[in-house]
Design a protein around this ligand. Structure first.
Ligand code: ANZ
Length: 972
């Protein structure tokens, strides 16, 4: 019999004991009460959620948010709500202190699983999604989370994604003004182009362009644009994949199909325009250094130079091959060049060479007889490799193009190669190789037998590349450049200046961040508010034509191709909705036929702005009213310092979203800020990454997962009784890590609520350890939390009669000390998200009262504050105790118990008494006792008297160090 069964069976005999049945009853009752009374409704300043009487909102505002979940079909396990409970405790605590708290939870409901299910079964993804949401609502509802349910949104709601499309249009209709470093409306660009104040991107005079050319010129400025870019095309899935969706061996994470790198025209968002602001504004945020560093690395800003090498590509025709380098100070050591295999000059360089590998070093030829053959073979070999794989540390490969280029500082002719370690998407897609001082170049030079020339002294380049610092050497030419002896920074500046003078290069800041590939060839996503005219020109729809609703389709499959056909083209499922694709619209030039864009937005879109919709979920005029936004997320320089960026006050979620989600939402938010739609500069002022609930999983000898709940431990080994082939015990092997259905170790919160109650689950999860660390789940440990609540219950309710059993006794000094210390400690802990230590202090307090007053009944003045302090973490039992103590009002809005500081200071201290230098006794004295009093207490102490006697003399001298010690000098 498990502990929970024991407690529930004995409870059956007694209706007044805090049993799982009683807990369930109370929880249902209070959830209903909160629901009926709108207890967690937070008023807005204006609009439909404003306070009914239009009165001013009392108290400080606090916006607490969780990273919202994808409504998965398998439902929740106990790991999921860890963060939700923690934010609920925080929100409830502040609400009890009088704050106006916005806390709710919506659903990030577009995405692949529902679509995959639709493909397999024909069930509309909306049906699946709605059913999953209903199930999660039920599961979350049982946990007693104090959400403002009027603010729940799902990204799949039409009146939500209408605004996602609207934001897309704002971004589409904006450009980034480099001089002001901010987004501005396209309308403001037109006069600048027309007057010639600004040139088109390719330098042509705007006013001389045809209408069509003008439109294209403007399109090139937009923050949303179409670009031919290298994508991960997966014919087997019929869609393009994000890098994260491609495995290290170049296959789709889902379905394991081959993925090919392919140039495709795609919708992109110009997040790179914001790279500097995304880095610089990290400083304003109360986020962990770790997450800030992850964002910085992802954006990857590096300062360097672009340098031109020249190559002959025909008789008297030369071309510049531009490289990006962070180390222009090593230019004299550049002994060869490497281009990405996809680089646009590769073919021209091959054609310019002799066309043959005759006389060329075998290592350079890839086993072919001409550069053209070698290029084709090499490209084919790497076509399916991801960027990550290409940069892996492995034997360097590559081929010689048969062409040479001129090093601009030394005039040396250096051979030009292609290799997969140079990426097309970074820098210029070409490098100057400095094998003496770059590890990758060093390896390559060794494989290919290329010269390695030292230009920075201090290392031993016969053994390894020297990447450390030291004076430059071998670095001077006849044209006035001499950096010998210089340190790095000076050398870099000198080389850049020289190159600029020669027109052979310039300073360049480079980012790893790429523009955001914004289209997916799927069904279950937001359609684009874009149509094309008969000439293929894109037109943004006006706001009045939103939302563009998802059409019904015959089936949800993308038009897949032969999984191995790298040359196939994507055709999204929306293309199957012919009646939807072709529309008659009047976009200002009279009714015409247009064709809708058949892509959908990536799943990141809906989650890039949901915090703003929580603020004003029903607003049909605007995505959020500015006044409401200012109230909930506007900067608060008075309380948060002059540089406060505003934003959600606390955002809690997993660290796996440290990069993409948080960068995308910061980017959108900044565009909205630039365009004047929000007052906050950042979406999330404070971010906290919670740890994970982990669990043991068990595999049998074949490596198959076995149900963790059936495992028993014997002598350090693990067995499932009777599960062996012949009915013997099956030995299983323990591993530790994630909790999940496939690992057969998932524990459902429903079961825990049934067997223990939601309050016990909440207390247990919060007590397990500091919120930012991962912790192992152990169902058997729940009983500790359950007993704690049972003891608290018994201090107020007589278990045999159900009557209130508190007394009106006055509190003793010890009681007051225990109470005030607990209130003081718990208040600080809740405020700092230290719920584990808050629970520990509450347990200590309950144990103290139980010890002092017996297991039934305690003074009212001691338990009323206890009920209040339980409010955030165990809200149902707390409300019940509070109401049984005679309070008609819910405790959700306070009061919060006050601390009497007087009881926090120790009024007596213990000090040692020395006799002739040796500690012989300890005495308790008042902290403010006089020297005389301390001496008197010391003299009166029995142990002291005995010790003086033992020393065989009398007290000759007394030295009192107040608050520290007493020293008695005893002489015969
Ligand atoms: C010469 C050199 C000498 C370099 C040296 C480094 C050390 P980060 O700091 O990450 O920006 N690089 C440039 N473009 C590349 C590409 N498309 N694919 C692969 N590598 C590329 O790295 C910049 C450095 O990475 C550049 O500086 C270049 O190598 C290489 F002692 O140029 B360096």
């Amino acid at each position: 019999m498990t502990n929970s069964e024991k407690s529930s069976s004995s409870a059956a005999a007694n209706d007044y004991r805090y049993s799982p049945e009683l807990a369930a009853q109370l929880e249902g009752k209070w959830q209903q009460f909160w629901n009926d009374n709108g207890t967690f409704h937070a008023p807005n300043p204006v609009g439909d959620l404003a306070a009914a009487d239009g009165a001013e909102i009392p108290g400080e505002k606090l916006f607490v948010q969780d990273m919202f979940p994808y409504p998965s079909g398998v439902g929740l396990h106990v790991g999921h709500p860890l963060g939700y409970i923690a934010t609920d405790v925080f929100a409830r605590f502040h609400r009890m202190q009088g704050a106006n708290v916005l806390h709710t939870l919506g659903y990030d409901a577009f995405g692949l699983p529902a679509e995959q299910y639709a493909i397999q079964t024909g069930t509309h993804p909306r049906v699946t999604t709605e059913a999953n949401i209903a199930n999660m609502e039920r599961q979350l509802g049982r946990l007693g989370l104090g959400h403002d349910r009027r603010r729940v949104v799902a990204t799949t709601d039409t009146d939500y994604y209408k605004w996602t499309q609207w934001i897309f249009l704002q971004i589409y209709n904006a450009w980034f003004d480099e001089s002001q470093k901010k987004a501005r409306r396209i309308e403001e660009l037109l006069p600048l182009l027309e007057s010639g104040e600004m040139a088109t991107k390719d330098g042509r005079v705007y006013s001389e362009l045809s209408e069509a050319e003008k439109r294209e010129a403007i399109d090139e400025f937009r923050l949303v644009y179409r670009s031919k870019s290298m994508v991960n095309w997966c014919p087997g899935l019929g869609t393009v994949l994000a890098n994260e969706e491609v495995t290290a061996d170049g296959r789709s994470e889902r379905g394991n199909f081959p993925v090919f790198r392919k140039q495709l025209s795609q919708w992109m968002m110009r997040i790179t325009a914001y790279a500097d602001r995304l880095i610089d504004d990290l400083e304003l945020l109360d986020w962990s250094d770790k997450v800030k560093a992850m964002q910085r690395n992802w954006i990857g800003r590096s300062r360097g130079a672009e340098v031109d090498f020249t190559a002959e590509i025909g008789p008297k025709v030369s071309t510049k091959i531009r490289v990006f380098t962070t180390r222009p100070d090593t230019l004299f050591g550049a002994s060869y060049m490497v281009l990405a295999p996809e680089h646009e000059l590769v073919d021209a360089l091959v054609d310019a060479g002799s066309g043959s590998y005759e006389g060329v070093d075998e290592r350079w030829t890839y086993g072919k007889s001409t550069p053209a053959e070698a290029v084709a073979a090499y490209r084919a070999a790497i076509a399916s490799k991801s960027d990550l794989e290409r940069q892996e540390n492995k034997e360097k490969t590559g081929i010689f193009l048969g062409a040479y280029a001129t090093n601009p500082v030394s005039g040396e002719q250096v051979p030009v190669f292609i290799s997969d370690y140079v990426l097309i998407g970074y820098g210029t897609g070409a490098i100057m190789a400095v094998p003496a001082h770059d590890e990758r170049d060093y390896e390559f030079a060794n494989v290919f037998g290329l010269p390695i020339r030292e230009v920075v002294s201090g290392g031993n380049i016969a053994e390894a590349a020297y990447v450390g610092d030291g004076p430059r050497v071998n670095s001077a030419n006849d044209s006035g450049l001499d950096i010998n002896g210089m340190e790095k920074a000076e050398a870099i500046a000198t080389v850049i200046e020289w190159l600029q003078g020669q027109g052979a290069g310039e300073e360049k800041i480079q980012y790893k961040l790429r523009d955001w590939l914004f289209a997916r060839q799927r069904y279950w996503g937001e359609p684009f508010p874009i149509v094309y005219d008969a000439d293929g020109h894109a037109h943004a729809l006006p706001e009045s034509m939103l939302p563009v609703e998802l059409p019904e389709v015959e089936d949800y499959k993308p038009v897949t191709a032969d999984p191995d056909d790298a040359d196939s083209e994507p055709a999204p499922p929306l293309a199957k909705a012919r009646d939807w694709v072709e529309v008659e619209l009047d976009l200002g030039d009279g009714k015409q036929t247009y064709y809708r864009d058949t892509n959908v937005m990536p799943q990141w879109a809906g989650s890039s702005w949901y915090q703003l919709r929580y603020i004003d979920p029903n607003n049909s005029e605007k995505f959020v009213d500015l006044e409401n936004e200012r109230y909930w997320t506007g900067p608060r320089p008075e309380t948060h310092g002059a540089k406060d960026p505003g934003g959600v006050d606390l955002y809690v979620g997993g660290v796996e979203h440290a990069v993409l989600h948080l960068l995308y939402s910061r980017f959108w938010h900044k565009v909205l800020f630039d365009l004047g739609y929000v007052t906050s500069v950042e979406p999330y002022r404070r971010l906290f990454n919670q740890g994970y609930i982990q669990a043991y999983a068990y595999t049998d000898a074949r490596g198959v997962y076995q149900p963790a709940e059936q495992v028993v431990e014997r002598d350090g080994k693990f067995f499932i009784p009777g599960a062996g082939e012949d009915g013997s015990d099956l030995e299983v092997f323990q591993e530790y890590g994630k909790m999940g259905k496939s690992l057969k170790n998932a524990v459902s919160p429903d079961d825990i609520c049934d067997n223990y109650g939601a309050d016990t689950l909440r207390v247990y999860e919060m007590a397990m350890g500091p919120l930012d660390t991962s912790r192992p789940w152990a169902t058997k440990d729940l009983v500790g939390s359950q007993r704690f609540l049972q003891r608290a219950w018994r201090l107020v309710v007589d278990e045999t009669t159900g009557e209130l059993c508190v007394t009106d006794a006055a509190l003793s000094d010890d009681d007051l000390k225990a109470l005030n210390r607990t209130v003081d400690g718990v208040t600080g802990d809740y405020a700092e998200l230290r719920d584990n230590t808050a629970v520990a202090k509450l347990i200590e307090y309950v144990n103290y009262l139980t010890k002092t007053y017996g297991s039934t009944g305690a003074p009212r003045a001691a338990v009323e504050p206890l009920a209040l302090m339980l409010g955030p973490v165990a809200p149902h039992i707390a409300e019940e105790l509070w109401s049984r103590l005679g309070h008609a009002e819910s405790l959700a809005h306070g009061p919060w118990p006050a601390v009497d500081e007087k009881w926090l200071v120790d009024d007596t201290i213990e000090i040692p008494v020395q006799i002739n230098g040796k500690v012989r006794a300890r005495i308790d004295v008042a902290t403010d006792a006089s020297r005389e009093d301390v001496e008197a207490i010391a003299r009166a102490d029995e142990k002291v008297q005995a010790a003086v006697e033992n020393a065989g003399g009398s007290i000759f001298k007394v030295i009192v160090v107040p608050g520290k010690m007493v020293n008695l000098v005893v002489k015969k």
